[in-house]
Design a protein around this ligand. Structure first.
Ligand code: BGC
Length: 447
């Protein structure tokens, strides 16, 4: 008999985030977030789309949990909208906002689904942005106060907590290139935002140690960088790209310092950081969440600011609708790399998935998405491979449960296992959802 690849308590799940699915952004006393403002600035989001309705999950939560149950999900990763809980980001609590997440968690548990909550998935309260947002050093305390409040309310029912989702995207999109809220484009701001995100993470972990009894971790996106050639220029470009995207957050958390290449990337915009900050940033965490979508084959590119590196297209490879190469081996490599570099901390794949063009729903209610089925099959084989190499991987969350608001791409890109008709809010599980339900039922064994 072959050894089963996955233990019986392996968490097979799906992930979403608040702004991308909930809709009703100001309901029940919630405050606006930076996304509420960003989508209202003409030209920033494709087709002028907004998250005002999204998947209407705020009002359809019970039915969506039933859908999760039908798929056999063991776990569900969602995010909590800070401005629902604290409409001004700090100060007065909004019980209506907290009540929504309590109901969600209770409904999940009643259906045998384990919740994993992310405290920050990009939707900073607008009132805090007015005070400088992630550029204001006080944001670490604001975040810790918010975290403490939520831990006190929900740690009796939530056993897995993530502080931040993808700090790299928050700064690269929000403060360096401006494609995401709050839409700044400033090389001097980006390192400050990154550092304050890390301090906020550390402050929330400290708050958890005082308040919580379960597990807290950090979720980062990792895109492994492979050199296009062995030339010195390409190797150096690959190291810069890897430092900027992959090591910028994990090195401080696990190794107590930033990668040396950060200074090369940011030049005069890279400050000296107070040594004591690294104590806070390095607060031990219980697990590492990794979001993996693609890799990059990297070459030196003088004009691609500020990293001076760019990706080389791979002939013959499959690319998703967001232009990302399908490269399952990169997931195995990433999980093994994280273990080798940062130690044997438990890991979760907290997001993995792909946008493909899904044909219109057939009359018989079928959505045939063979490319996504193939993507899932190969990436699940890749996590089995990582486990075989000794990685302590405890769960896998497909991105995403539902087609949703893909940030500045609006509704033009569909990542869901479940198709959403945004005119009627009709949900239709795609073939990939059925496939994934089978994976879960077999606990990951190959068909
Ligand atoms: C984010 C999601 C996003 C997905 C696909 C991840 O970086 O966490 O919010 O929808 O990628 O772009």
């Amino acid at each position: 008999m072959t050894q089963p690849a996955f233990p019986s308590d392996f968490l097979w799940g799906a992930a979403t985030s608040a702004y991308q699915i909930e809709g009703s952004p100001l309901a029940d006393g919630a405050g606006p977030s930076i996304w509420h403002r960003f989508v209202r600035t003409p030209g920033l989001v494709k087709d002028g789309d907004t998250g005002d309705v999204a998947c209407d999950h705020y009002r359809r939560m019970e039915a969506d949990v039933q859908l999760m149950r039908e798929l056999g999900l063991k776990a569900y990763r969602f995010s909590i909208a800070w401005a629902r809980v604290l409409p001004q980001g700090r100060g007065a609590v909004n019980p209506g906002g907290l009540a929504f997440y309590e109901r969600l968690v209770d409904t999940l548990l009643a259906n045998g689904i384990q919740p994993m909550a992310t405290l920050y998935h990009w939707d900073l309260p607008a009132a805090l942005d007015d005070r400088g947002g992630w550029l204001n050093p006080d944001v670490a305390d604001w975040f810790a106060d918010y975290a403490r409040l939520v831990f006190r309310k929900l740690d009796d029912r939530i056993k897995l907590w993530a502080t931040l989702n993808e700090p790299w995207v928050v700064t690269d999109g929000g403060y360096l290139h401006g494609a995401l809220a709050p839409g700044h484009r400033n090389r001097f701001e980006a390192p400050i935002a990154s550092h304050n995100l890390l301090r906020a993470h550390g402050a929330a972990v400290r708050a958890y140690r005082a308040e919580g009894k379960h597990q807290v971790g950090l979720v980062v996106n990792i895109e492994p960088k492979y050199p296009a050639t062995q030339s010195a220029a390409d190797l150096a470009a690959t190291a810069r790209a890897d430092a900027y995207m992959n090591r910028q957050y994990l090195d401080p958390v696990f190794l107590g310092r930033y990668p040396d290449e950060m200074r090369e990337v940011f030049g005069e915009a890279w400050p000296e950081w107070p040594a004591e900050d690294f104590q806070l940033i390095g607060e031990p965490i219980d697990f590492l969440g990794i979001n993996y979508y693609t890799r990059s084959v990297t070459r030196h590119d003088e004009v691609n600011w500020p990293v001076r590196a760019s990706a080389v297209k791979q002939p013959g490879a499959t690319y998703t609708e967001t232009g990302w190469e399908v490269f399952p081996q990169g997931l195995t490599d990433t999980l093994v790399w994280a273990r080798d570099r940062y130690g044997a901390i438990p890991q979760y794949v907290t997001e993995n998935g792909a946008a493909f063009f899904d044909p219109p729903t057939a009359e018989d209610g079928q959505v045939d998405d063979p490319l996504r089925v193939n993507y899932l099959r190969k990436h699940i084989a890749a996590i089995a491979q990582a486990r075989a190499q000794g990685v302590d991987l405890r769960g896998y969350f497909a991105w995403s449960l539902l087609d949703n608001m893909e940030w500045s791409l609006g509704y033009s890109k569909r990542f869901g296992l479940v198709h959403v008709d945004f005119a009627t809010q009709q949900r239709t599980p795609k073939h990939s959802a059925r496939y994934y339900a089978g994976v879960i039922a077999r606990n990951g064994a190959a068909e």
